[in-house]
Design a protein around this ligand. Structure first.
Ligand code: ADP
Ligand code: ADP
Ligand code: MG
Length: 471
């Protein structure tokens, strides 16, 4: 078993990894830049090392991080998500220096991180993919030609994209003409690659993804699916496991496809295979070769600790479970509480958390790195907390979500929490049938009043009545 792990990340995922280490009696080493001097992952890890004044550079410097791992006597690095987690060079440098990279090998990261290469591998493995360009597009003329063949609307996508960026829907040749240079410039800035490709836009799809685990001994299993259709601008807001809107046959087929996809590339460690589902059609979209933000809900329904499994696999141990050992129970929802103002176009709202109160009670989990008095720095992702609820039935899970959201207090910054309360009350959402168009199709859910929540209001009325009665 690994003995000491350097965590090349920050925020809630770094804290999540520290927790896994602590439960496995593994020492954890945090890294931090100046802006994160007071961050929770620094306080929670067994050791913490400063990696520079710049808020980001230290988290993105493979050589410095691997050197630090060697110097501090670590035998592995956990990259978390984002940052260097899907950087093949980082995995390669780790390997060269005798540090275990907790994830798949560099070649697999490369193959799956490149969306066109991944599509090619999946086609070869017999996994259905969305119709699209064969590889990257040479120029606008080729884009127009391919789009003409597959038919509009099309999705223009950055080949190295991630985090919902570098994707544009184009409904006509005119739109494709105007979006083409934009996507290229966004891709170059965000991902350091100008490569783009086209695929058919699936209208009103569901985003369904399957969590897989694969060990170094060719055992590959899945932990069922997550429904991530509740998105804004291709970014997930609320995730649900299992999906309330697929049939048992589709569930079985999705699991088989995901395992087939992982086996086809000799996958090792935890990964996620993302699909678009519409009616009875299922298309492979991409594979993420890392732990995902929403891994939590699969943990809640299956009881498997995915981060601990990642560490065990990287230690060279076989999976502890066979597919038939995996069952799921109830429903879990994860709410990404972002420090953003939904009423102001989801503008990031950074600053000091004047008060944080974590919700509790049965079936409630919070993964976060905020605390009362903490100042959210403006340099990173705006997601500041993940609220996860679990209950036996869909309806109970919805009610538990509402209750937990109203228990919770995150004051000092604007958050998306209140908006999620509105979504939870919406009949279309509660019906359990929705597509990736749910958010744009329900703009009225942003018309909530900022006033107090119903509980507070009830208490205020009770207090006023009591005062009036003279008690
Ligand atoms: P998940 O796929 O786990 O749900 P997201 O797509 O929300 O995660 O991305 C998680 C984090 O990783 C975000 O901060 C996002 O900006 C970052 N990220 C994801 N993919 C990439 C990428 N290819 N390049 C840079 N950052 C990425
Ligand atoms: P990222 O790497 O940024 O996560 P994805 O390829 O996973 O990018 O796409 C992100 C989201 O964009 C999907 O969850 C889906 O909502 C939307 N999307 C992507 N491709 C298509 C498509 N071909 N048709 C319709 N929606 C799509
Ligand atoms: Mg994706």
């Amino acid at each position: 078993m690994l003995k000491k792990i350097l965590i090349a990340n920050r925020g809630e995922i770094a804290v999540r990894i520290v927790r896994a280490c602590a439960e496995m009696n593994i020492r954890s080493v945090a890294v931090y830049t100046e802006a994160d001097r007071h961050a929770l992952h620094v306080k929670r890890a067994d050791e913490a090392h400063f990696v520079g004044e710049d808020p980001l550079a230290g988290y993105l410097d493979p050589r410095q991080l691997v050197n630090l791992a060697v110097q501090t006597g670590c035998d592995a690095i956990h990259p978390g998500y984002g940052f260097l987690s899907e950087n093949a060079d980082f995995a390669r440098i780790c390997e060269a220096r005798g540090i275990r990279f907790i994830g798949p090998c560099a070649e697999v990261i490369e193959k799956m991180g490149d969306k066109t290469a991944a599509r090619a591998s999946m086609i070869a493995a017999g996994v259905p993919v969305t119709p699209g360009s064969e590889g990257n597009l040479a120029d606008l003329d080729e884009a127009l030609q391919v789009a003409g063949e597959i038919g509009y609307p099309v999705m223009l996508k950055a080949t190295s994209g991630g985090g919902g960026r570098g994707i544009r829907r184009c409904d006509s040749p005119e739109e494709l003409r105007s979006q083409f240079p934009r996507v290229i410039s966004e891709a170059t800035k965000a991902f350091g690659s100008a490569d783009v490709f086209l695929e058919k836009c699936i209208v009103d799809p569901r985003h369904i993804e399957v969590q897989v685990l694969a060990d170094g001994q060719a055992n590959v299993i899945h932990l069922y699916e997550r429904d991530c259709s509740i998105q804004r601008r291709n970014q997930k807001l609320i995730e649900i496991a299992p999906s309330p809107q697929i049939t048992p046959e589709q569930r079985q087929y999705l699991g088989e496809l995901a395992v087939r996809a992982a086996k086809a590339v000799n996958y090792e460690n935890a990964g996620t295979v993302e699909f678009l589902v519409t009616g009875h059609e299922i298309y492979f979209m991409e594979m993420n070769t890392r732990v995902q933000v929403e891994h939590t809900i699969s943990e809640q329904i299956t009881g498997v600790d995915i981060v601990q499994e990642q560490i065990r696999i990287a230690s060279g141990l076989p999976l502890r479970y066979r597919q038939e050992d995996i069952s799921f129970r109830g429903y879990a929802l994860q709410f990404r509480i972002n420090a953003e103002d939904p009423k102001n176009n989801f503008l990031p709202s950074f600053g000091r958390i004047t008060r944080y109160y974590a919700p509790g009670g049965p079936g409630v989990r919070t993964d976060t790195a905020i605390y009362t008095g903490y100042t959210i720095p403006p340099y990173y992702d705006s997601m500041c907390l993940k609220l996860i609820v679990w209950a036996l039935t869909w309806e109970e899970a919805l009610n538990r979500g509402s209750r937990a959201l109203s228990d919770m207090r995150v004051q000092g910054v604007k958050t998306t929490a209140r908006y999620y309360q509105e979504i939870l009350q919406d009949v279309d959402f509660r019906s359990g049938e929705f597509t990736t168009s749910f958010v744009p199709d329900h703009p009225q859910l942003l018309d909530y009043s900022e006033k107090r929540n119903p509980n507070e209001l009830a208490l205020a009325i009770a207090a006023a009545l009591a005062a009036h009665a003279g008690v």
